[in-house]
Design a protein around this ligand. Structure first.
Ligand code: NAP
Length: 249
């Protein structure tokens, strides 16, 4: 049987790291992409190797097209043909109202969260599509419930970028459905990771948790489990759809 090869953007921390661990456990060779944090990426790779899995850490800024091309070429050489992509890397910036946003920030948010995900999907489809002689595969985009809630007063730009990811999920799924590729997304809610500190509020999940239906925040591994299900053969007739991992929010 051909080895399953997964690329996880932003696999060094948070939801991406949890997904890397679970994917390794499920038999994937794992490409752990990251931007700056070598230490965190290497720790994920080391832990996977210690447990008998295969993984490599690959630095690439998904806001840069040339970096994305190199990322996928590195995976070709070091792991083999990619059969699964998790478009997980995503950023947000300081909480503020739309009236205070500027073009430079919007471009950073949209370039990483939208353009980066599109270009990673492009590289994956080129390799997976049966139309090009590929083996097929599956893509999971990491969106957010912010796509439907809007993140008012916090980061409407980030929420809008996730809205674009949702639409890309639906459109790309239909485009490649007859070529052996499924495309789905998860929409996490309030998950304990470092991302909230980037918005200026490290304790955001604990602040809001009492207002959530389940009265608690989510763990990265709870999101990873939904991602791995969507990637698996268990989801063989599922494409162009969404799993919310948000405790009922
Ligand atoms: P996180 O803990 O902040 O981790 C972000 C990861 O993305 C890190 O591995 C980081 O690499 C990487 N990264 C950031 N910018 C990158 C770039 N330009 N190129 C390559 N890698 C980059 O984030 P998280 O909370 O796990 O979020 C993961 C995804 O879930 C994001 O798309 C986010 O929008 C989404 N999400 C999160 C929540 C939540 O509550 N946490 C809710 C809904 C959706 P370095 O380690 O090198 O910095």
């Amino acid at each position: 049987m051909m080895e399953k090869v997964i690329v996880i953007t932003g696999g060094s921390r948070g939801i991406g790291a949890a997904t890397a661990y679970l994917a390794a456990e499920r038999g994937y060779a794992v490409g752990v992409n990251y931007r700056h944090n070598h230490g965190a990426a290497n720790a994920v790779v080391e832990k996977i190797r210690q447990q008998g899995g295969r993984a490599v850490a690959i630095a690439a800024d998904i806001a840069i097209e040339a970096d994305i091309i190199t990322l996928f070429e590195t995976v070709d050489k070091q792991l083999g043909t990619v059969t699964a992509l998790v478009n997980n890397a995503g950023i947000l910036e300081a909480q503020m109202r739309v009236e205070n946003l500027n073009a430079a920030r919007l471009n950073r948010i949209f370039t990483t969260n939208i353009t980066g995900a599109f270009l990673c999907a492009r590289e994956a489809v080129k390799r997976m599509s049966t139309k090009h002689g590929g083996p097929g595969g599956a893509i999971v985009n990491v969106s957010s419930i912010a796509a439907r809630l809007g993140a008012a007063g916090e980061y409407v730009d980030y929420a809008a970028a996730k809205g674009a990811i949702d639409t890309m999920t639906v459109g790309l799924a239909k485009e490649v459905a007859a070529e052996g590729i499924r495309v789905n997304a998860v929409r996490p809610g309030f998950i304990y990771t470092d991302i909230h500190a980037d918005g200026g509020e490290p304790n955001r999940v604990d602040r809001v948790k009492k207002g959530l239906p389940m009265k608690r925040g989510g763990e990265a591994m709870e999101v990873a489990k939904a991602i791995l299900w969507l990637l698996s053969d268990e989801a063989s007739y599922t494409t162009g759809t969404f799993i919310e991992v948000a405790g009922g929010r």
